[in-house]
Structures are given as structure tokens and as C-alpha cells.
Design a protein around this ligand. Structure first.
Ligand code: ATP
Length: 211
């Protein structure tokens, strides 16, 4: 069964594209969702993160990254605090990626293997914003990169999330560039048109896969 990867920078339209591919019968593995579950309330990984990035951790900056939840003894990750520690130092970022990505890849692999047993699906879609950074591309037969001009992406995200321009620009700048990703991708879909155009381009790719 084919494993199709989809990726793209913030606001490029990969969630919109993934939604359309799901409607065509692809079953989706959502890498972001897996990442969120790994760091969810009470997850055992939180202790490991605290040891590395917490106030006394090797990469710590004296900032608490865990908070108490309403359930006694259960901790919640303070994502903003963790981001301030991890994004301020390249070595911390590399260590964080190593911890998260290895676990994420294992779960993705397990989910793909489960989906391979299904008969009534058209293929498996791996939706991974950090496709190349996390090494998810090794699990895909083909990767589609969704792109759009940076200014359009900023506008779309500001409209969608109500975030500030500075915030979106900062997030875009923290990611691998589209140029780099385009060199690695099998298909590059320009999403600067409307959503119908995006869907038509995806149709063409999917039809091409069946030939
Ligand atoms: P993120 O990485 O931030 O999750 P994303 O790449 O998944 O973003 P989407 O959420 O799919 O991007 O798209 C960003 C916003 O732009 C959404 O509000 C979406 O509805 C809108 N959008 C996506 N594609 C188009 C399009 N072709 N025309 C108009 N709006 C679009």
C-alpha cells in the first residue's frame, strides 16, 4: 500500500490538502497529533524533558517547564516555557529534536503498519510538518510539498489564528526553507490559487500514482 507524505511550512495549506486527500480515501497518520500526545498531561516523557530542559537540567535556563495539573502528582508541560528554553540554544534544540523525533518515528511506524492491514483505503497519508527535520520521509513512497508565497502564508495564518505578523514570521523563520524542502520533495504543489485549484493539482498527482 502506498504511503504518501504531505508537508509544508506554516500556513502553506498542508492541512487543507491533507483534508482533501482524506476525502479521496487516504487514511491519515498525523505526526503533529502524535507529538502532542507524547507531551500530553501526565506523559512519562515529561519527566525526561524536565531532566534535560527543566530548571536544573543540562540545557535548563532556570525556567520551570512543568506545572501541576488539577490531578495531584500529574504534571502539565508549559509549552511556552519549554519553547523559550529550546529555541534559545541550538544544542538544546538538537537534543529536544532527538528526544521527540525518535519516539515520534516509532509511533508513526506502528500506526502505518496497523493501517497497512486495512483493505478499504486508497493509501496512507503521513501528514508531517517536520517531514525532513524528523526523518519521516524515510517512511514515505512519495512526498508532496505544499508551498505558497511567504506573504500569502502570513496573511492566511494571521486570519486563521488571529496571530501577529511578527509571531508568524518568527515561526516561519524557525523552519527549514521551502527551497530546501522542494529539493527533497517528489511533488511540489503551489497553493497560491484557490482551494479548487489545490484540489485539482492533488487529483493530478494521485491519478499519476495509479499509472
Ligand atoms: P499550519 O502549519 O499553520 O498548521 P497549514 O499548512 O496546515 O498551516 P492550512 O491550515 O491548511 O495550512 O491553511 C492556512 C489557512 O489558509 C487556513 O485558514 C486555510 O483555510 C487557508 N487556505 C489554505 N489554502 C487556501 C487557498 N488555496 N485559498 C484560500 N485559503 C486557503
Amino acid at each position: 500500500m502506498i504511503v504518501l507524505g504531505i508537508t509544508g511550512g506554516i500556513g502553506s495549506g498542508k492541512t487543507t490538502a491533507a483534508g482533501y486527500l482524506r476525502s479521496l480515501g487516504f487514511a491519515c497518520v498525523d505526526a503533529d497529533q502524535i507529538g502532542r500526545e507524547l507531551t500530553a498531561e501526565g506523559s512519562p516523557l515529561l519527566e525526561i524533558l524536565d531532566r534535560e530542559f527543566g530548571p536544573d537540567g543540562k540545557y535548563g535556563r532556570g525556567t520551570a517547564i512543568l506545572r501541576d495539573s488539577s490531578i495531584e502528582g500529574i504534571k502539565i508541560l508549559d509549552r511556552k516555557a519549554l519553547a523559550s528554553v529550546v529555541f534559545s540554544d541550538e544544542k538544546a534544540r538538537a537534543r529536544f529534536d532527538e528526544i521527540i523525533h525518535s519516539r515520534m518515528l516509532r509511533i508513526i511506524r506502528e500506526q502505518i503498519e496497523e493501517l497497512r492491514k486495512k483493505e478499504n483505503i486508497r493509501g496512507i497519508l503521513l501528514d508531517a510538518p517536520l517531514m525532513y527535520e524528523a526523518g519521516c520521509d524515510t517512511m514515505c513512497d512519495h512526498v508532496i510539498l505544499v508551498t505558497a508565497p511567504v506573504e500569502l502564508r502570513i496573511e492566511r495564518v494571521m486570519k486563521r489564528d488571529g496571530s501577529t505578523r511578527e509571531d508568524v514570521v518568527r515561526r516561519i523563520n524557525s523552519q527549514m526553507s521551502d527551497e530546501e524542502k522542494a529539493r527533497l520533495a517528489d511533488f511540489v504543489v503551489d497553493n497560491s490559487g484557490d482551494t479548487d485549484e489545490l484540489c485539482r493539482k492533488l487529483d493530478e498527482i494521485v491519478e499519476g500514482l495509479n499509472k
